[in-house]
Design a protein around this ligand. Structure first.
Ligand code: PLP
Ligand code: COI
Length: 341
């Protein structure tokens, strides 16, 4: 095995084509056996359901090289579960959860040379996804689907690595009450594209979306959940039916409680109370934990006491512990780490 010649420490969060990908097709009411293939191109009808009515869902998880040189993936069973939930909400067939994990493992193995070495700050991002592929013109779900997994080496999601971000309160909504915010459907991200372009043009790294119904409660950003720390070191995260149940956030709540002995709370978080928190971070597979230093609310600034230079102390401990578990420096809770043999 020879690692690819990539400047691992300096890659950003972009697409780098790797050698192999996994594909399985659903036709005639069943999934085929699936296989690892070379071709990164997809040919489909001009009228494919995914192209006309956006019937597509996805997942995101990472493979890491541990301190002792193993390749591992973090909690792929939870991504399998979440894709199954997304499938049900989007009228798509469930790709069996054990087969999902196997497809991820096969894709990592087939692209082992692309897994960034330990200590480079880069990881191998895995993108499982599924879409309706046959022609559909009346509004209805597809009958045939394709499930794929590709891999791409990535660096930090936000430029500047772990420097605190400035974000803005968005005037756009990401997800409706009783809508699709709780699943990972491509349509949620399409909804956010104009908002993220606008935020970037104005110099902000991300959007804070508020609940669409009352615009009083914190939801999430375009690609991560929020974590807040109170002045007395309690870790608080918003509870809402219209945000994505982040696997990173759920893991961090366990880390906070079990590893750091902190009090944790998942509850509605009103925007009015955000100014009273000591620390704020964005958490997700891509974001890991990215600290927020400042929130701009229509020109009014909320500046967290942790400042714009470094992460707050609790955020830092959460970050160190989670990445320590993922990189094999700390013992993981049972079932969190899947070693690729
Ligand atoms: N929220 C949104 C909208 C996301 O796209 C993501 C990324 O997957 C997350 C939260 C974080 O979820 P996870 O920690 O499972 O990656
Ligand atoms: C992830 O963290 O895996 C995501 O899907 C977020 C996306 C914005 C890259």
């Amino acid at each position: 095995m020879a690692k690819k010649n990539i400047d691992w420490a300096n890659i950003g969060f972009g697409y780098i084509k790797t050698d192999k990908r996994y594909v399985s097709n659903y036709t005639g009411g069943k999934w085929d056996d699936g296989a690892i293939i070379d071709d990164d191109m997809i040919t489909m009808s001009e009228c494919a359901c995914v192209l006309q009515y956006a019937q597509t869902i996805f997942e995101g998880l990472k493979a890491y090289t541990t301190e002792d040189g193993k390749i591992v993936v973090f909690r792929p069973d939870l991504n399998a579960q979440r894709l199954a939930n997304s499938s049900r909400r989007m009228e798509m067939p469930v790709f069996p959860e054990d087969r999902f994990v196997d497809a991820v493992v096969q894709t990592v193995k087939a692209n082992a040379d692309f897994v960034p070495p330990y200590g480079t700050g880069a990881t191998l991002y895995l993108r499982p996804y599924m879409f309706g592929i046959n022609p559909v013109i009346g509004v209805k779900p597809a009958d045939d689907f394709q499930f794929r997994v590709f891999a791409t080496p990535v660096g930090p999601y936000f430029k500047g690595g772990v420097k605190p971000l400035t974000i803005k309160v968005s005037d756009f909504d990401r997800a409706a009450p009783h809508g699709t915010g709780f699943i990972k459907a491509g349509l949620n991200y399409a909804m956010s594209l104009h908002a993220i372009v606008t935020a970037h043009e104005e110099g902000f790294a991300e959007n804070m979306y508020l609940d669409a119904a009352t615009r009083t409660k914190v939801e999430e950003t375009g690609g991560a959940n929020f974590l807040f720390v109170t002045k007395d070191n309690k870790v608080v995260t918003p509870k809402s039916d219209s945000i994505l149940p982040s696997i990173t956030r759920r893991s961090l709540m366990v880390v906070a409680k079990e590893y750091l002995g902190l009090e944790v709370e998942e509850r509605e978080v009103f925007f009015d109370e955000v100014k009273d928190f000591a620390e704020c971070g964005l958490c997700g597979t891509a974001a890991v934990i990215s600290p927020v230093g400042k929130i701009n609310d229509h020109g009014k600034e909320i500046c967290f006491p942790s400042g714009m230079e470094k992460m707050g102390p609790i955020t830092q401990k959460l970050y160190d512990t989670l990445t320590g578990i993922q990189m094999g420096r700390l013992e993981a809770p049972a079932g969190w780490i899947r070693v690729i043999e």
